[in-house]
Design a protein around this ligand. Sequence first.
Ligand SMILES: C[S@@+](CC[C@H](N)C(=O)[O-])C[C@H]1O[C@@H](n2cnc3c(N)ncnc32)[C@H](O)[C@@H]1O
Length: 360
Amino acid sequence: MSFLESGQSRPQLTQLERQKPPVFENLLTALHNAFSRTAIMQSLLFNGTPHQSAGSSVLVNGDCFDWMDHQAENLIHAVVTDPPYGVKEFDADQLVKRASGNGGVWRIPPTFDGHKRAPLPRFTALNDAERIRLTEFFVRLGHSMFRVLRPGGHVFLAGNSYLSQSVFAAICESGFEFRGEIIRLVRTLRGGDRPKNAEEEFPDIVSMPRGCYEPWGLFRKPLPKGMTVSECLRKYQTGGLRRLPSGGPFNDVIPSERTSRAERDIAPHPSIKPQSLMRQLVYAALPTGAGTVMDPFMGSGSTIAACKALSIQGIGIEASKEYYDMAVKAIPKLAKIVVSTSVREHSKPSLLPFFDDQTQ
Ligand SMILES: C[S@@+](CC[C@H](N)C(=O)[O-])C[C@H]1O[C@@H](n2cnc3c(N)ncnc32)[C@H](O)[C@@H]1O
């Protein structure tokens, strides 16, 4: 069982480090990490915002824009986050509608085979004004993240195939380089239906493709002019992505799975992401293994739990008190989840499993 699966931390060695005696190299890594952690923690500013520590991480109950805009520049090594994608789905009025089963932006799927499925946000229902709000939100997010990230720092931003083109362009307005997308292969339960109210007339038609992936935008704060990646790695511990524990390159397609029942029971947040995915992303986000990962939209804490599982320092910010309290309780439990190996063993994407006819 690898440490990514078990939640146990094991430092990954670079080629150079492999040539040093292990005791010396472990000591150096530990000292460097401890110094870097303390320095970052000491420079965080809270201005009365409620917060608490969770192991080496810190959890903040507040608005991420306010919080980021009060921090020092060039502080954080990476951002791994899953934002409110249509922006309005986590507004208080929409959450009340979701809880009451009255929809709003949340589509309440029909019961299937006796199983009640969770509501999904209806992103195609955004009107022009909401699209403008969405663009403004992500331009603002881009600016706030750009300030606090170190040069060369990466952002992994969970996306959605309907809106990613607007969102990714908005993020780049603040100066980020677009470094492509990570494709999480997962059945999303979107699309794949016959035309509504004409299912019998058009039995061979789908209105739109069935969703089988989740795009994650990958962005990098540019390296200082003239600086190489190796110089950036030495100076800021940023600029690249960490290779897989096997030594292979980090891939931009990740065979994944839907969040397990066990994880959803621990943290019943509508958008909780699986540990099997989050641990891979958090691991890749810190190229030298040192540094701090921030999740400005922490939700129930799956990013910070992944950090905890890998002994990485995280900063999680969540506006909702309900979800913040959920994260405080869930993080230690999620961090102990043992993730299944079967998904990660497919190191090469395979088409075949996606041509079957499963409905979940
Ligand atoms: C898509 S969810 C993230 C779920 C998370 N990935 C998890 O595993 O639970 C987005 C979260 O961002 C929070 N949020 C929305 N606006 C925020 C803001 N301005 N500052 C901080 N959190 C915010 C919402 O309350 C919601 O919990």
